[in-house]
Design a protein around this ligand. Sequence first.
Ligand code: SAM
Length: 462
Amino acid sequence: MAQYQSFPDVEGDSRTLEKLKALSIPDLAGRRFLDVGCNEGFFCGFAKFRGAERVVGIDHSQSYIERARKRFPTCEFFAQPWDHLPEGPYEVILLASALHYADDQNALIRQIMNNLTPDGTLVLELGIASSPTAEWKKISRGIDERLFPSMPMVKGMLSDYAWKWIGPSVLQEGDPVPRHVIHVTRKRPMAYLLMQPPGYGKTTMAEKLFQPAGVRVISGDEILHLVSQGRLPASNGLTHAIRTDYSPFRIDSTVRRMFDEGHGVEFVSLLLGSSQEDFALDTYVPAEHQASVVSLIKSAGFVPVCFEWERAGEALLPMEAAFQAAEDYHSFLQQAQVKGGEAVPSYNKGVQGFVDEVYRLPNRLVVRGWAVDAHGRAPSVLAVRVDGKSYLVRAYERQSRPDVQTHLDLPHPRYGYQVSVPLESNSSAASSEAIEVRAGASEEDLGPPLRFSSIIRTSDDL
Ligand SMILES: C[S@@+](CC[C@H](N)C(=O)[O-])C[C@H]1O[C@@H](n2cnc3c(N)ncnc32)[C@H](O)[C@@H]1O
């Protein structure tokens, strides 16, 4: 039996060490490795040396396999043809200098690819005939005649997969065609991730770049809207997290709470649905949660591609800051007591307002109503007392109440409030006696408890 592979103790026809360098075999530690047409087991020994967990070599030559077993007793060797492969899957499969021996070269590639793990790599070393067209070229060698594919034919053969030409392989004496190394992996769908904050132009970018290219655009805002409306089924926890203060204008705070409360995994699975096609994601994800979204999308089989860019123009002012600036200006005008050039009496009616709605979520209490502080402004502070605990809330959602504006002749309608505070799971707060809401321009300037205008609603009413 001719000596093909070269070892330190015996010289073969092949410059095996040089070939090993050219193959650029991926990391093998803890992985499963199969060498198809393994000859005397040189590459199996390498895999074991690099810490592979399982190493299997097959060759239809009984004598090569016997020699391989002697050299590398801790590897598994099978004397068998490659029509069937030992049960996998494998993270790395090697097919070196052997494809041209296959009766159906396409079928052998397909079979090998089917035995890879989803992330696995076929390290393919093969001779490629020179031709600009896709063809199999019959090449006479000293010993026989074999079919070698041209490069266009290789491209066709691998068109169902992702592949990368790694470089030329080592030349062997008498080689009729140059050899090349190609790494082949399964194609995976792409996930183009636009996760920048609101106001960065995500939707515009998705419409310009991805929609025209036929890439499906998934909108996080739309998913949130559908869940808030009960039109997309979701767990109670996620539904409540979204409904607590859902507003299309305040989507960032809803998204942030949803992630902070641990609903990120479910949100991502709602975004992904069951499709395995390429998609572009148009949804804000707070910076500290982006890595976990990326890894969830990756483990769902996609290749995540993150887009990051600077916001064009100045950053958006937080909505609270804009309201506050308007309120401050209004107060300034009142203090100057000038309106249309005439002195007007300053607003001095004390704190006014109502609690219109109170409803319980599993661990939050949400209160809605309206309030005007002693200076005629939307209050800067709301104090909510429930179950004997007091919460001072400065950042609350302001809602439009044109009825209050008309009724009190106020300069704008944004005197409505919606506030949410923690609720103990065993809370008995279910009546106006157990809950107190006060409002004021500051903590020191709180008015008397606001009156209740309506009944308590629980989450069941939502
Ligand atoms: C040129 S050698 C390459 C050996 C090794 N892969 C290397 O690169 O050093 C081709 C090997 O493929 C094996 N072989 C050829 N046809 C085969 C088949 N149908 N099934 C299994 N092995 C086969 C041969 O016995 C031989 O060991």
